[in-house]
Design a protein around this ligand. Structure first.
Ligand SMILES: [Zn+2]
Length: 478
């Protein structure tokens, strides 16, 4: 679908409701939507431009490429300086919109706040308002289901192509993604534009034939747009939906992996980190039934330990060396795939610190029967160890496989707002789909009781590995 990002039909009524309140007054006030991107002359915005010129190489010349460069610099600045927040009820009532200088000063905001600041800065930096719009519309998931209302700036680049500069990212990608391909069906985040505006006009955008399209007011859109897309939800928090079932919201694979790659000595690009951190959660979904993926020993359906310690450790080591082999060969060809393997592998490294070889039955038993205080996944000491292992692993890997490491380290992103792999891509790489299901999780929970009855025959302390020793062997054979 091709959209007319300039806007199809001008709407004369630019009044919008319920976006601002006056302190002390209960009622909201009406505002003109165009007010949100009219700050060229604002002193705070001028200060930002000064900072961009002095410290971020913002060009003031008008040579070829200078305008696209301005757009990229402004985009990167907003991505870095404005933290995306979804739940803003602490200081906002409903969907309260912030003016650009306000967003800049509190350094956080949702999709509208970031978009207004970004668009206003683009114009203030000398880009013509003819080439800038803020778009209001919807976002959809892979299956075409609506994820809620969304707002994003678009910029017409020097080749005349409209590009989406997503304002909620933590870092801008290396290039500007064209807008039209991002509206195509089947992607895990699809944009659907409905309205656009700048400081001068508000327009409707129609799919297909404009002459037959029926117009509506912007007010109708806002009342229909009950929920807004939560951009954080598109990244699984520690354990993804598993967290909903287990109530576990503590730092997990995503957070530990992110923190490790952000360390001064590694300092991967944010877009690379997103790929690795996302992949670090995947073995729980694609390899739920593979004990070796989680540094565990196998058990049968009755909860009986099914594997000797030696065999379990061998299987674990074999898995790591298989993944390492794929990681090394992929990373040199395709950095993004390499990053995926790195995350996938780090999961098993981190699980060594928490599981230390115990079976799923034993794990279920300690976390459910004795109390969550004993759940190895919840112990700070284990999490600290997982961080140590992750750091040491990457450090050693970088020395033993410098070419693969260098290729991943140089990765700065593609021309899509998100770099993490789509489910279909992961399926293709791994040659399988999710094996975790709510049923599989219930089965796991049921193992607690079963194991409780036979626990004396399969003592946990006899299953536990010497994790440090296993890790040392693993590191030397890297
Ligand atoms: Zn695991």
């Amino acid at each position: 679908m091709k959209f007319n990002w300039e806007g199809d039909r001008i709407l004369q009524d630019t009044a919008i409701e319920k976006k601002r309140y006056i302190i002390g007054e209960k009622k909201s006030i009406t505002t003109d939507i165009r007010e949100w991107i009219s700050f060229e002359d604002n002193i705070i915005m001028k200060d930002i431009l000064k900072e961009l010129k002095e410290n971020h190489k913002l060009p003031s010349t008008k040579n070829r490429g200078d305008f696209d460069k301005r757009a990229m610099i402004v985009w990167q600045f907003v991505a870095e300086h404005v933290t995306y927040v979804y739940d803003t009820t602490k200081y906002k009532k409903g969907d309260f919109w912030l003016y650009p200088p306000e967003t800049y000063q509190i350094k956080k905001g949702d999709c509208e706040d970031g978009s207004f600041l970004l668009a206003s800065l683009l114009i203030a930096s000398g880009i013509s308002p003819f080439c800038v719009r803020v778009v209001l519309g919807m976002a959809h998931d892979e299956a075409g289901k609506s994820s809620g209302g969304h707002c994003w700036p678009v910029y017409k680049n020097e080749l005349g192509k409209w590009c989406i500069l997503e304002s909620t990212l933590d870092a801008a990608p290396s290039r500007m993604p064209e807008a039209d391909p991002l509206t195509q069906k089947g992607q895990d985040f699809r944009y659907e534009p409905m309205y656009c505006f700048n400081g001068h006009h508000l327009w409707e955008i129609f799919p297909g034939d404009v002459t037959t399209a029926k117009g509506k007011t912007i007010g109708k859109y806002f009342s229909a747009r009950k929920n807004r897309v939560n951009m954080r939800k598109t990244k699984l928090p520690a354990g993804g939906w598993l967290s909903h079932m287990t109530g576990d919201w503590e730092p997990g694979h995503l957070e530990i992996t992110t923190d490790t790659l952000k360390l001064e000595k590694f300092k991967f690009h944010q877009n690379a980190i997103d790929v690795v951190a996302d992949a670090a959660q995947d073995p729980d979904f694609y390899d739920w039934y593979a004990p070796a993926a989680h540094a565990q020993t196998d058990n049968d359906a009755q909860g009986r330990t099914n594997q000797t310690k030696e065999a379990a450790i061998d299987a674990y080591q074999a898995r790591i060396s298989d993944l390492r082999g794929r990681l090394v060969s992929e990373a040199k060809k395709d950095a993004r795939k390499g990053l995926f393997y790195l995350g996938y592998l780090l999961h098993s490294i981190q699980d060594l610190a928490t599981h230390k070889g115990i079976t799923n039955a034993q794990h279920s038993y300690i976390s459910k029967m004795v109390g969550t205080g004993s759940d190895p996944d919840h112990q700070e000491e284990n999490r600290k160890k997982a961080r140590e292992y992750s750091e040491k692993f990457i450090e050693t890997f970088s020395k033993k496989h410098p070419a693969a490491y260098k290729s991943m380290k140089a990765y700065e992103g593609r021309t899509l707002p998100w770099d993490r792999l789509f489910r279909a891509e992961k399926g293709e790489i791994l040659g399988k789909d999710w094996d975790l299901s709510p049923g599989a999780f219930i089965e796991y929970s049921g193992l607690a009781k079963k194991f409780g009855k036979i626990k004396d025959q399969y003592p946990i302390d006899q299953t536990v590995w010497d994790a440090d020793k296993v890790f040392e062997t693993l590191i030397t054979s890297l």
